[in-house]
Design a protein around this ligand. Structure first.
Ligand code: SF4
Length: 155
C-alpha cells in the first residue's frame, strides 16, 4: 500500500452536498459527525470545499436546479474521489421519483461508489457506508469506478 493511499484511509475528508432532499438525511449526517456517533474515529473530517475533500456525501434527489451544481462540485474534487449516496432519494429518486423537477438518483449524473438506503438511514448505516468507502480506498477504488449506475448497496 502506498503512502498516499494509507494517508487517505486514515483521514478521509468529506464534503456534504444536498441536491434537493427534505433535510432529514442531512440531520442524520450531522448526527454521525457528533461525539455520540463519532465518525471522526475513522479520521473523517467535514470540509467546506470539494477541492479539499476525498469523499462527496450526497443527500436528496437530483433536481433540475442542483444538477449542474452537483456536476461542478464533483469536477472540483481531486482524484481519486469517492461518492457516498445517503438515503433512498439519493439512490433512486425515492419519494421524489417522477416529480416534474427531479432527475432521479445521483448516479444519473455522477458515478456513485456506495449506496445507503433508508428514509432517512440511521447513523449506524451511514457509518457502515463510510467503512465501505474506506474499503474501496484500500482496494484501489479509482480503478474500479468506471461509469454511472455502478456501486455497492448498503442496507
Ligand atoms: S431519503 Fe427520506 S429523509 Fe432522506 S431526503 Fe429523501 S425523503 Fe428526506
Amino acid at each position: 500500500m502506498d503512502l498516499l493511499k494509507w494517508a487517505r484511509m486514515k483521514s478521509p475528508w468529506i464534503c456534504h452536498f444536498n441536491t434537493g432532499g427534505c433535510n432529514a438525511c442531512d440531520i442524520e449526517v450531522v448526527a454521525v459527525l457528533t461525539p455520540r456517533f463519532d465518525v471522526e474515529r475513522f479520521g473523517v473530517l467535514l470540509k467546506g470545499s470539494p477541492r479539499h475533500a476525498d469523499v462527496l456525501v450526497v443527500t436528496g434527489p437530483v433536481t433540475q436546479q442542483s444538477e449542474a451544481r452537483l456536476k461542478r462540485v464533483y469536477e472540483q474534487m481531486a482524484e481519486p474521489k469517492f461518492v457516498l449516496a445517503v438515503g433512498v432519494c439519493t439512490c433512486s429518486g425515492g419519494v421524489f421519483h417522477g416529480c416534474y423537477n427531479a432527475r432521479g438518483g445521483v448516479d444519473t449524473v455522477i458515478p456513485v461508489d456506495v449506496y445507503i438506503g433508508g428514509c432517512p438511514p440511521r447513523p449506524s448505516e451511514i457509518i457502515d457506508g463510510v467503512v465501505h468507502v474506506l474499503n474501496k480506498i484500500a482496494g484501489g477504488g479509482l480503478a474500479e469506478k468506471s461509469s454511472v449506475n455502478e456501486g455497492q448497496a448498503v442496507q
